[in-house]
Design a protein around this ligand. Sequence first.
Ligand SMILES: *[C@@H]1O[C@H](CO)[C@@H](O)[C@H](O)[C@H]1NC(C)=O
Ligand SMILES: *[C@@H]1O[C@H](CO)[C@@H](O)[C@H](O)[C@H]1NC(C)=O
Ligand SMILES: *[C@@H]1O[C@H](CO)[C@@H](O)[C@H](O)[C@H]1NC(C)=O
Ligand SMILES: *[C@@H]1O[C@H](CO)[C@@H](O)[C@H](O)[C@H]1NC(C)=O
Length: 586
Amino acid sequence: PQSISGRGRVSRLVSLSWMWFLLSVCQAQRATDDKPNIVLIMADDLGIGDLGCYGNDTIRTPNIDRLAAEGVKLSQHISAASLCTPSRTAFLTGRYPIRSGVCVPTPRLLVPAGLPLNETTFAAVAKKQGYSTALIGKWHQGLNSRYRSDHNHHPYNYGFDYFYGMPFSLFTPCWPDPSRDTELAISCRLWICVQLLAVTALTLTFGKLSCWFRVPWFVILLMILFTFLLCCVWYYSYTSGLYWDCILMREEEITEQPMKAERAGSIMMKEAVSFLERHREEPFLLFYSFLHVHVPCPTMENFIGTSKHGLYGDNVQEMDFFVGKLLDAIDNLGLRNHTVIYFTSDHGGQLESRLGHVQLGGWNGIYKGGKGMGGWEGGIHVPGLLRWPGKLPAGKVIEEPTSLMDIFPTVAALTGGTVPQDRVIDGQNLMPLLQGAVQHSEHEFLFHYCGVYLHAARWNPKDSQAVWKVHYVTPVFQPPGAQACYETKLCECSGEGVRYHDPPLLFDLSRDPSESTPLTGDTEPLYELVIKTVADAVQAHRKTIIPVQLQLGKELNEDRVWLKPCCGVFPFCLCDKEGNTSNLGP
Ligand SMILES: *[C@@H]1O[C@H](CO)[C@@H](O)[C@H](O)[C@H]1NC(C)=O
Ligand SMILES: *[C@@H]1O[C@H](CO)[C@@H](O)[C@H](O)[C@H]1NC(C)=O
Ligand SMILES: *[C@@H]1O[C@H](CO)[C@@H](O)[C@H](O)[C@H]1NC(C)=O
Ligand SMILES: *[C@@H]1O[C@H](CO)[C@@H](O)[C@H](O)[C@H]1NC(C)=O
């Protein structure tokens, strides 16, 4: 009996320590204050003036405003570029896009180039710390580089464990009128015709060779020629972009080609909620990269006509609705206090997007200029909200300069990781500033690029309220007298399309946030000092730039048929694997 009870005690001890082990493993894996969950939300082309919490009184954005009320609002949050791809590159890597060579002068689709594989993203940093990582939504950092499905630049190669969304970007052809469905039906029939013709031609050839039929060769040849012609006609009639660029992928599989843009938002949200549910027990990082509010602003029927600002306003309100869904999901899973949420826009609204006479691009509030305009404030001054209940003050506004590049080192700090030591990181960990441990941002200078060209720089001196902004190059607006590049649709970064300023233009944003009246030596006693100090800073910055291969040179960007993603048999790339997904209407 002794030995039995002894054995019993041992087995109880073993099972207890086993339980303790299991418990401690579970504890270690749950998101905690040491390893909070991270949800980064990025809007596409949203203007800072479009949100209630940044002063808009006609567009309703209650969910985004709630984030601002419950967290910190950054009032001088600056993107590293005023175009999608380079701005996102800088956001992902914490480095000016010129350092990785992703400096697109025009928003092309980045084929076959992409974010260099030796760049480290915040997802890779978090993953190394045991986080589950996902990208849901827009990627736009490249896809294929050698053949149709090599997926060399897929998010999986940059630290993301899961991907659902658009490898490219929305653009106008992605949301054609509903007649597309008929067009799709016709193209499907054409594909069947081609298949039938090909099978018949093959049968006839085989029959002729086996002497079963007596069909003249020229008939067979004609048939083959006709089939080939049909393929060519099909391909060339669908170079519209809708078929080749407007696609959705889940992991590495194309799920919709062409995509049904107005329902993409609902599916993305379902994917996000399901990711949160799958990973609620372990720390995760979700980069939720909205397709909203980029043109053509695909909007669900139940949001059409709900705003006072046409389709664009409806689309902003729909985006806010989805932000609400995401916040609700986080609350419902009990993750609220262990989740840091960030909201921003990749850059300012595009002033040139119009549908007839109606504005279809964002509103940049009091700031001058917009998307694609290098240094003007409207293109780079974006919303920045951070919420972490109990850890970050609620309702605080921080006016110090911050950058989208700061998210990279901030994620490293939050996850317990480190930033790479073998390269320059331009971002700064935001936590000390957000939590009030320091009063001043580390960003004394920020540089504003247009493609590879440095157009402007800002200086926030540590000991003064002034925010100096020096412009060396500005785009030439057209037609004359306009405040944007309406004729070319997008401003140029160099050459004929810009004006070089020597002496440079100087503004003090603290007194003149709209950059309306340049200061001169006569109106500003510090003029010479500021121009000299900023010029020195620019020179010092330039010394840190190591030339790398540019990812978006013209020769890399040509249309390459063999790189086009295809769901089906080329050129008949058509599929819809989502079936009938009913949307998450309000
Ligand atoms: C609100 O946003 C709309 C749409 O972008 C814009 O037209 C309007 O001027 C904005 N209102 C304010 C007060 O900023
Ligand atoms: C979350 O944090 C807030 C603020 O510190 C606190 O009041 C609340 O009780 C916390 N909720 C939970 C479920 O821990
Ligand atoms: C990545 O590789 C390129 C090409 O070899 C090189 O020029 C660049 O410096 C590398 N970048 C980093 C961050 O190591
Ligand atoms: C899709 O499903 C919804 C509800 O489940 C239904 O009302 C609708 O008719 C379906 N649409 C199609 C095209 O099958």
